[in-house]
Each structure stands twice: as C-alpha cells, then as structure tokens.
Design a protein around this ligand. Structure first.
Ligand code: 9Z3
Length: 364
C-alpha cells in the first residue's frame, strides 16, 4: 500500500462474523491524533528507546549541532494480535539511508528511525541482495608471519590461520565508504532506532519530535518513511491467526490520523519539517503536495513519482516573498545515475541551504 492510495482492503469473499474472520466490519471513521494515542498502546520498547535518544539529543544540543530525524522504510499494519499476516507499504529505505549519509557529511547529527531490516546508511552499499560482502572476501594460504600489510586484511590471526583478504571490484569506493563510516562512529553522530508497525512508528515519531523540541530551530525532520494511511485498531483485531476455512475475508480499516498537524502545532513548533508525497499518477503530484503544505503548514513537501524518484523530485514550499507555494524541480539524468550520482546529494544540499536561511531569519 504505497500510502494514501487505498480506500479499503478487500480480500476474497465476505466473512460471516467476527468470530469466523477475527475482524469486525463497522464503518471506518476518522480519529484525531489525541484519540489515537489514547486508545492504541505504546510499544514496550518506547521508554528504553527514548532514554538513548534523549542522551543523543542532549549531547548534540550541547555541541550546538543541528540534528535531523530521518524516517525511512515502510510501516506494516498487522491483521492479527499474534501476527501472522500484515499489510506493508512500499519502500526499500534507499531514500532515507542515502540521505542520511549526505546529512552526516554536511555536519548534522542524524537520528535514523527506520523499518527494521530496511537499508541503512553505509551498509546499503554492500546490501546482501545487490552486493554481498562475503563475495569480496578471499581465504589466502597462511604464509604470513607478521601483522597484515594492508588495513583491509583484518582477522585475528595465528600463523596457521588463512589470511582473509578483501578484494573489492571498486576498492576506492570501499575505502571511502569505510572511512566515512568510521568517522561517523568515532564522532557518535548517528543513532539508529527501529519500527515495524505503523503503531510503533506513530508512537516513536511523537516522542522523538517532542524531545527534539529543545533544539529549537536546529531541529530538522525529514519524513521519508512510507506510512500506511489505514490501520486496524486493537479492539477490531483478531487475537489469533484469521482462519481461512470459512471463505473470503473483508477488512474495513480505520484511517490513520493526520499527525503532521499536531506535530507542527504542538509537538515541535520550532522545527524545520519536510514531508514526502508519493504518487504514481504524475498529474496528482503537485496538487497533492500543495494541499499537504496548505493543510499542515510545515516548511517543505518533496513530491516524487514512484518510477522517476531517482531522477527527479519537486520541492513545494513557501518562499518569504510570496504567499503562494512555489515549485522547484531537481533533476539528474540516467547517465549521471549510471556514473554513481545520487539525487539525494542535491536534495540535501538544497535543504541544508534552506534550513540555514530559515534559522537566520528566525527569532534570535
Ligand atoms: C517517499 O515518497 C519516499 O521518497 C519513497 C522512497 C518511499 C518513495 P525508497 O525507500 O522509496 O527509496 O524505496 N516517502 C513518503 C511516502 C508517503 O507515505 N507519503 C505520504 C503520502 O504520499 C505522506 S506521509 O501521502
């Protein structure tokens, strides 16, 4: 469910009763963010996650560093409490993981809030499916007698052990990714926190946003995660695995509350907030992005069309001079992509500039 595009989920033939399907079908309704948080339980790990995040934010506030929360990857909607089935949102986490590297390079501290097992900064270059790292490793016969000659020859060795050598098809790239990764680790500028369900995502987002409020205008939010628009409230969820023997299943889901509004108005009124709008019909991209900006009153909506998202994005935002939202396209061509250029480099350069201007223009 690539967000905001599903009206209801219909799985084969109607269910007879709640007991049969495990799912009731009252009419779906809109609930406010307040009602959502009052009725849906927080994840059991929230407090422990927040303790670490609080420390991370405190340390970087003291250092006067800007902090960006990046959300990345898709959220799931479980259909059962003892979950066997769930709906998922499209997103590999490429946008978020790639953007994190460019924000780190620009000097930001990054809270990387991502779907468990989706792509992560740095390791994304050596993902198990596209570039399996084990394929780079060779076992060499053991004729060494001293320490490894290259920094890439890493193993706890005795003279009898074979040496492990790294043979990357692109060693310069590996060195540069490794150097950036080690630098970030030694500075402590990257913090990971994970979600799986849309409920975990919503609870974490609110808690982190409220915590980041102490950073004032130095806080940035880059909401690239693909978030479900629909969910099954706990009281409509089957306790056990939905049984298939009774025929088809019809699910009616409630709408996830629009949380950007309380985020802007209450949780973090000073932060610089960027949301993403994903569409598959390019005609809808700009009208929907404009509508989101008008509705929530945040700083930037970045529109992307599913199939062209690595080649072009549109920034929709209000400039100081004009009341009307303006559009600005960033584009790169296929050839540049094949040479290794990433559109996130340009997106982040633009946002870093806009954030700096916005800080300079704000109250001192
Ligand atoms: C995006 O639009 C992201 O750019 C992508 C990135 C999900 C397309 P990948 O991770 O893909 O690189 O594979 N994210 C926001 C999607 C979303 O759910 N937006 C909602 C909407 O479109 C607003 S919250 O209405």
């Amino acid at each position: 469910m690539a967000s905001c595009s599903i009206d209801a989920v219909r799985l084969p033939t109607p269910s007879r009763s709640r007991a049969d399907s495990g799912v009731e079908t009252p009419s779906a309704h809109h609930i406010s963010a307040g009602e959502y948080y009052a009725t849906q339980p927080p994840p059991s790990t929230l407090e422990a996650d927040m303790q670490k995040i609080r420390q991370f934010i405190g340390r970087h506030k003291e250092a006067g560093r800007k902090v960006v929360l990046i959300t990345s990857g898709g959220t799931t909607v479980p259909l059962e409490r003892n979950v066997v089935r769930f709906l998922d949102n499209f997103s590999a986490g490429t946008r978020g993981a790639t953007s994190a590297e460019y924000f780190l390079k620009a000097g930001y501290a990054v809270i990387f809030m991502h779907r468990q097992f989706s792509l992560q900064p740095f390791s994304r270059h050596y993902s198990h499916s596209t570039n399996p790292f084990l394929d780079f490793l060779e076992l060499e016969p053991a004729h060494h007698s001293s320490a490894p000659s290259s920094p890439l020859n890493a193993s706890e060795m005795t003279n009898a052990d074979p040496l492990i050598t790294v043979r990357s098809p692109d060693p310069a790239k590996l060195r540069s990714v490794l150097a950036a990764y080690k630098d970030v680790k030694s500075r402590g500028t990257l913090h990971f926190v994970t979600f799986v369900t849309v409920n975990e995502y919503l609870w974490l987002l609110r808690a982190v946003a409220k915590e980041m409020n102490i950073l004032g205008r130095n806080a940035m939010y880059y909401l690239a995660a693909a978030v479900s628009d629909f969910f099954l409230p706990l009281d409509k969820m089957s306790e056990h695995k939905i049984q298939s023997g009774k025929g088809s299943l019809v699910l009616e889901m409630d709408q996830v509350p629009k949380i950007l509004k309380p985020m802007v108005d209450e949780w973090t009124p000073h932060g610089f907030l960027i949301s993403f709008k994903l569409e598959t019909d390019s005609e809808l991209l700009i009208p929907k992005a404009r509508a989101a900006l008008d509705r929530y009153g945040h700083q930037v909506v970045i529109g992307n069309e599913l199939h062209r998202r690595k080649l072009e994005v549109v920034f929709v935002s209000h400039t100081k001079a004009s009341e009307k939202a303006t559009e600005k396209w960033l584009r790169i061509d296929e050839e540049a992509v094949n040479r290794g250029k990433e559109i996130e480099e340009d997106i982040i350069a633009e946002l870093v500039r806009e954030h700096a201007t916005w800080i300079a223009d704000g109250p001192s």
